[in-house]
Design a protein around this ligand. Sequence first.
Ligand SMILES: [Zn+2]
Length: 428
Amino acid sequence: MRLDFMHPADQLVAYMTRIYNNGLTTASGGNLSILDSNGHIWITPTRMDKGILNRIDMVQITENGPVTHHVAPSSELPFHQAIYKSRSNIKAVLHAHSPALIAFCLMRKLPNVHLIPVTRIVCGPITMAPYARMGSNELGEVLAEEFKKGVAVVLMENHGVVVAAESLQKAYAIFETLETSARIELMANRLGKPRALTEDQIDIARTKEHTRMSELSQRARSPEELGLRRDLTRMLQRAVDQKLFAASQGTISARMSDGSFLISPFGRDRREIDAEDLVLVRRGLKESGKVPSRAVFIHEMIYHRNPGIQAIINAQPPHIMAFTLTDQTLDFKSLPEPYIMLHDMPRATYGFNYTEPQQTAALFSATTPSILLENDGIIVTGRDVAQAYDRLEVAEFTARAYLELPSLDKMIQLTEQQRADLDEYFPV
Ligand SMILES: [Zn+2]
């Protein structure tokens, strides 16, 4: 359901539940608020289990104080009020104690937003507020001072994070993107020195070309198209559930027998995408009234050059991302099942898929079904959506297993002969 048609209390319940279910706050920690069109704040209650909230537990704050039947507003109401006063374009405030950002708060150090393009694009610059006791007016004052600088995110020394935006949907996307990026940075530091991008390099990912495609004339939808819309939507939701996609990242497409393909839309919360939101693309033209993912051209090029590929996924799963930020090799040569599914995974330098789409598409073959993009994730292909998804999941699980090792040099490799035996028994 579109958020601008949802009551503020229902929005608070939906997002608090999503934050809690994603393991991004504890049952007692964190709070959310919305400023409604009458200028009233709606806020989550104090001392209530965040895992079992209902709309009647949400507290409206009017000129005469809280309107409530049985619960008091969050004890952090003073800082929510101070933040709304600091800037007129703030309509939602999110506060959470998420593990990776807390780690940075404890080090009193900001996560680097220049490691992953989507982090810089979605979150913008971030700052840190000096320590003040929770629930105090002083905490509201120090946070308001930071938000007056125009930022959307403020970390709090030894406490947690506050995000302020024009909607709760946007605040959530910023929060989830930054928490994930912070977690990836912490993991990447165990593998080597994370590679930061310049503003010019990040600009490559801001391409607007996908918004300028000409439109297709409308035709009746075939059963093949309708079936694929259903299958792609289900797989997309599964990728979100398995944390392979996040609110602001992840693209999926699949080709039909006439050569046209369906691809996920640009700029939408991946959790909210339905079958009717997928964008049909045929011979360089897109379905009218929709904007395809900015990966549309590279997907089109891969399909054009590789007749055996019928499905493509671009993703930034956290453990794979940790490898893409450093020069540490991610290969599958020492695990039989990942090896026969993924074989070789070459690494493309950052931005190559945008600046050289033809050469990127030429990297794929029967023994190269996926490629790693520096600072930008992975492109995985398959003969159908299920195979592409399976390969993505296997690649992420393998990267995760490597990160569970005390150090990568503890890994014992398969011998050349053991690998040759696999090649013989499982030919491509
Ligand atoms: Zn707190």
